[in-house]
Ligand binder design. Structure first.
Ligand code: KIV
Length: 276
């Protein structure tokens, strides 16, 4: 089994292997997606919505990501584990940023970190890379900026916006990022960006020309129904399957069909007699 590393990202782009990325937030899901062969696992701040039930990602903390990242790392043998830098963990100062990124590696056992933004965070990206921590950028719809963007909207439709995203992708590459996530940008803009930089682009709602794709696992498996974005393809109906299983369990408790003899433990008759 060859581990998928940051070097594998660059090799994949050069060789035309499309990179697969999924989110995971716990040991058992990480084990399942890793064993299924996914190249990289993102402990995304989407955990705020999908796992913790928040309205957006803004309440997620460094400690939350580290807690979940540890579990994911324990369940992962081959995939590259990416820790998402949450809101305010890389906005205050360069020193604070490097310390937080370092905690993701040292405590969270992640292999690298991801953060949102372009020109505004370039000094932070440079500092993290200088500290020998690999970085993935994230451009387009950057959910931590939801209040500035006025909602979760497609980005890069205007000439000015599109040019800024292209420029930001080049800046991230120059600063040492080894990949860039492109979220909710027009497919043709993602193609231009993918062709303009030597590091891989990982798309989510950015079309087929990216060097790889990422989805939130709960979305693509049909486990999270609060909001299903247009770009999600549902590959399974795990949510329905879970509910069917739970309903059957409740029903069998009532009817006495569960537990059966094979689910029980025995006591020898002599001991039993002494209990009456
Ligand atoms: O937090 C997350 O899951 C992400 C992906 C949507 C790229 O950032």
């Amino acid at each position: 089994m060859n581990k998928f590393t940051t070097a594998s990202f660059l090799k994949a782009k050069a060789e035309g292997h499309k990179i697969s990325m999924l989110t995971a937030y716990d040991y058992s899901m990480a084990k399942l997606v890793d064993e299924a062969g996914v190249d990289s696992i993102l402990v995304g701040d989407s955990l705020g919505m999908v796992v913790l039930g928040y309205e957006n990602t803004l309440q997620v903390t460094v400690d939350d990501i580290i807690h979940h990242c540890k579990a994911v790392a324990r369940g992962t043998k081959r995939a590259l584990v990416i820790a998402d830098m949450p809101f305010l963990s890389y906005h205050v100062s360069v020193e604070d940023t490097v310390r937080n990124a370092g905690r993701m590696i040292q405590e969270g056992q992640a292999h690298c970190v991801k953060l949102e933004g372009g020109a505004e965070v370039i000094d932070k990206v440079e500092a993290i890379v200088k500290a020998q921590i690999p970085v993935i950028g994230h451009l387009g719809l950057t959910p931590q900026s939801v209040n500035i963007m006025g909602g979760f909207k497609v980005q890069g439709k205007s000439e000015a916006q599109a040019k800024k995203i292209i420029e930001d992708a080049k800046l991230l590459e120059k600063a040492g990022a080894f990949a860039v996530v492109l979220e909710c940008v027009p497919e043709k803009l993602a193609k231009i960006i993918t062709e303009s930089i030597n590091i891989p682009t990982i798309g989510i709602g950015a079309g087929k020309h990216c060097d790889g794709q990422v989805l939130v696992t709960q979305d693509m498996l049909g486990m999270f129904s609060d909001f299903v974005p247009k770009f999600v393809k549902q590959y399974s109906e795990v949510g329905i399957s879970i509910q069917e299983g739970v309903k059957a369990y409740i029903d069998e408790i009532q009817t006495g069909a569960f537990p059966e003899e094979k689910h029980t433990f025995k006591i020898d008759e002599e001991t039993l007699k002494k209990l009456y």
